[in-house]
Design a protein. Structure first.
Length: 86
């Protein structure tokens, strides 16, 4: 992964940052025993995913690389038992 540009895009950084903030909010409210605040934090997490996907759709995500399809090789033919017995 270090050699590729996986995740090094504005869409990825923004989505992860918003989701991290949402997890932090949810964690604080979970410790405070406040279910409404917890679910608000979870809503922020979902918002991070939506924002990241929207930014990718807007062209700020990683470009899809054209991956060449390997040529199909014919399947190996089974060898008859008589041919291997000699």
């Amino acid at each position: 992964m270090a050699g590729s540009s996986h995740g090094h895009t504005p869409a990825a950084w923004t989505g992860v940052t918003i989701s991290f903030i949402g997890f932090s909010i949810a964690g604080v409210f979970m410790v405070a025993a406040n279910p409404l605040g917890f679910w608000a934090g979870m809503g922020v997490v979902v918002l991070g995913g939506v924002v990241g996907a929207a930014m990718k759709a807007a062209g700020l995500g990683q470009k899809e690389a054209a991956v060449p399809v390997p040529a199909r090789t014919p399947a190996a033919q089974p060898v008859a038992a008589e041919a291997t017995a000699s």
